[in-house]
Design a protein. Structure first.
Length: 155
């Protein structure tokens, strides 16, 4: 029977530019053995004993050198099945607003980045769960639904 695990975190980074919003997508390096060349947001694996929120902050720093100005716990889980270990993964999603005008410094895991409007970011994301997560961030966090205030946490 498959095991359910939660060892991976996702972080959707965005910034406001005047009256619009841009989402940061990273392109995986072609040398990466897992999904080379795909566009994604920050994802990463928890270290032993690490909390998901701390892992998200760390992964964002390691992969982009960016620091969150504001941070939300998004009511969304990215789910996927990994056949090699017969695991069902549940990955919590965090939304991070960064300062406008600051660009990422990429780790070797990624070869390119783009700040994109919502529709273009959604089109480039490969996985349906990530598209659904982006929808949630756009609708719930960026557009400022009432419940978003309750999910903001210390950056």
């Amino acid at each position: 029977m498959a095991s359910v695990v939660s060892q991976i975190v996702d972080a959707c980074i965005f910034r406001f530019t005047g009256s619009s919003v841009e989402y940061l997508l990273l392109r995986r390096a072609t040398e990466e053995h897992l999904y080379p060349g795909i566009w994604q947001w920050v994802t990463g694996t928890l270290l032993e004993g690490e909390k998901s929120l701390d892992a998200a902050r760390r992964e964002v720093r390691e992969e982009t050198a960016l620091v969150a100005k504001r941070l939300w716990i998004v009511p969304h889980l990215t789910m996927f099945y990994e056949a090699v270990n017969d695991n069902v993964h549940l990955s919590p999603l965090f939304a991070m607003q960064v300062e406008n005008g600051v660009d990422p410094v990429l780790s070797p895991e990624h070869q390119e980045y783009r700040w994109l409007p919502y529709a273009e970011a959604r089109r480039r994301l490969v996985w349906p769960g990530q598209r659904e997560g982006l929808d949630m961030v756009e609708r719930f966090i960026v557009m400022g639904e009432e419940g978003a205030v309750l999910l903001e946490t210390q950056a």
